[in-house]
Structure formats: C-alpha cells, structure tokens
Design a protein around this ligand. Structure first.
Ligand code: G
Ligand code: G
Ligand code: MN
Ligand code: NA
Length: 254
C-alpha cells in the first residue's frame, strides 16, 4: 500500500493522528494517565489500525520517523494539557523495537522533552517482553538510561510474551500492564483469576504499579478492585479518543 509514499512525502503529518485512552485509578476513578495510540486515516483506505500498518512500517524502516513523530506530538500535547490546567497527567507511548534500538533514541527523547519544557516523569515508555528479550542486556542499559532521565517504563501486554520471571526481577520497570487476554472474563474463569491475582501480588512485591488492560465489564472491575490492582483501562471506562474528545472527557471527569 501507499504508506511509503505517504511518509516520504511528509504527508503523514496530516494523515496520522494520535488517540488517547484514559487510564484510571481503580479506587478513586480519577484519570491518572493516558495511553497514546496511533491511527492512520488514509484517504484511499479509510481508518487503518496499527496492527495493519505497523508491521509494514517496521519492514520498511519508516517506523522510526513515525514513532518519533508520535513521541514529539505526545510531548507537545501533554504540555498543552498542563498549560490548560490539567494537573499531573502522564502519557504512555508504544514504541517499536526498531526505534528503541536506534543509537540516537535517548537523545531524541531528551530533545522532545526539552523543546516542550516538559518534566520527564510525565512520559512513560511501553515496552513488550519480546522487545526486551531480543537483547536483554542492551535493553536493560537503555531502560536504565531512560529512568535516569526521569522517564518511566511500563511492560505492555504482560503475560503473553516469553520473558522469564527471573529477568523481570532485574528489569528497571515502574509499571506492569496485564494483557487483556487475562482480564477478559477474569471474574468467572478460575485459571485467569489465579494468574491475575498472582501477577498483581508479584508486581507489588517488585515495587511495580499494576494496570489492567481491556476492562470491559463491572464484574472484571470489581474483581480487580478486590485484588488490589492499581489502575485500569478499557472500553468500560472509555475507548481511545481523539485529543479534543479526550480533553472534554477529562473536564467532565474532574
Ligand atoms: O490501538 P490498537 O489496539 O489498534 O493498537 C494495536 C497495536 O499497535 C498495539 O499493540 C499498540 O501497542 C501498537 N501501537 C499503537 N500506537 C503505536 C505507536 O505509536 N507506535 C508503535 N510502534 N506501536 C503502536
Ligand atoms: O498492545 P497494546 O496494549 O498497546 O494495545 C492496546 C490496544 O487495545 C488499543 O489498540 C486499544 O484499541 C485496545 N483496547 C483498549 N481497551 C480495550 C478493551 O476494553 N477491549 C478491547 N478488546 N480492546 C481494547
Ligand atoms: Mn500498549
Ligand atoms: Na497491551
């Protein structure tokens, strides 16, 4: 498809948009953060989801400028929201392993924070287990550098990768995001319940915050609340929203 042409022409500045899904404190119901999620509104193809275009962008290397555009846009957006009076909002960014491994990756993060005069702890990078396990030592070094800058780190889709728990103990990680596979019907599935409880307890013992992904029902939410999960995101609370709608949502939830 025409992704290559689009990005080459710099037209992606017009066709791509960052959506934001609220992340909510499980007890207070307050919005504490948002996950940024990229969307491609193609004039020819309509709304294309990341699962379709990210593999293509990765195989062509175009994911690097694309991910950088996302980080830059997100930093700018957080700053705009802070200036508008939204306190303490943190935003997470999903990155491709290709961008994470670029030699100037950290330098770019610093640059985007600085040009927006943004404190680093408002940015969180989401990494998957498989991204980290490709080259554990190098990943840990980059993660340590991010944390030294003040940027926090989440492990995304946790439970679906192949990382060993021995490694998890040694990873510099602030937040563990339990994959939505485990959350779906968790209250009525004894195996998922057992795994989810164990993951929450383990993460807390490692001083990590726990976010449940893909929460769709009240039953799932109350299970998570009873078992001390810290935060949640999912369609029960809100779908990912365009920036302007997300901002309205924020004001209505104060
Ligand atoms: O929003 P949706 O569920 O369709 O996202 C599908 C996948 O695309 C998720 O695994 C998510 O991590 C990934 N993704 C979303 N936004 C970005 C982005 O800006 N950069 C990268 N590299 N991946 C993203
Ligand atoms: O892999 P990652 O966790 O980054 O993917 C996030 C994706 O999950 C987003 O594309 C988002 O659209 C999707 N998502 C968010 N909340 C829900 C939910 O409650 N149910 C389902 N099925 N998908 C969700
Ligand atoms: Mn994610
Ligand atoms: Na996930």
């Amino acid at each position: 498809i025409s992704l290559h042409k689009v990005i080459k022409n710099q037209k992606f500045l017009e066709e791509f948009e960052v959506y934001y899904q609220p992340i909510v404190n499980i007890n207070s119901g307050q919005i504490i953060a948002a996950e940024s999620l990229l969307r491609w509104q193609s004039p020819e193809l309509g709304l294309v989801t990341p699962t379709e275009f990210i593999p293509l962008a990765e195989s062509t290397g175009l994911i690097v400028p694309l991910d950088r555009w996302v980080v830059r846009s997100v930093c700018q957006q957080i700053k705009t929201w802070h200036d508008a009076g939204v306190p303490y909002l943190k935003v997470t960014v999903n990155l491709s392993v290709m961008e994470f491994n670029q030699p100037d990756f950290l330098q770019k993060i610093v640059e985007f924070l600085e040009i927006n005069n943004l404190e680093p702890h408002y940015l969180e990078i989401e990494l998957t287990e498989s991204m980290i396990m490709q080259d554990v030592n190098s990943a840990i070094a980059t993660m340590n550098d991010l944390q030294s800058l003040g940027v926090s780190i989440a492990i995304d889709d946790f439970g679906t990768g192949y990382s060993s728990l021995i490694y998890l103990k040694n990873l510099p990680v602030n937040t563990l995001k339990i994959d939505r596979y485990f959350i779906h019907n968790v209250a009525n599935d004894s195996q998922k319940s057992a795994i989810t409880k164990a993951l929450i307890e383990m993460a807390h013992n490692l001083d990590m915050q726990v976010i449940a992904e893909g929460v769709e029902t009240e039953a799932e939410l109350s299970f998570l609340r009873q078992n001390n999960c810290d935060a949640m995101q999912g369609f029960l609370f809100s779908r990912p929203l365009p920036a302007a709608e997300f901002e309205n949502f924020l004001w209505n939830n104060k």
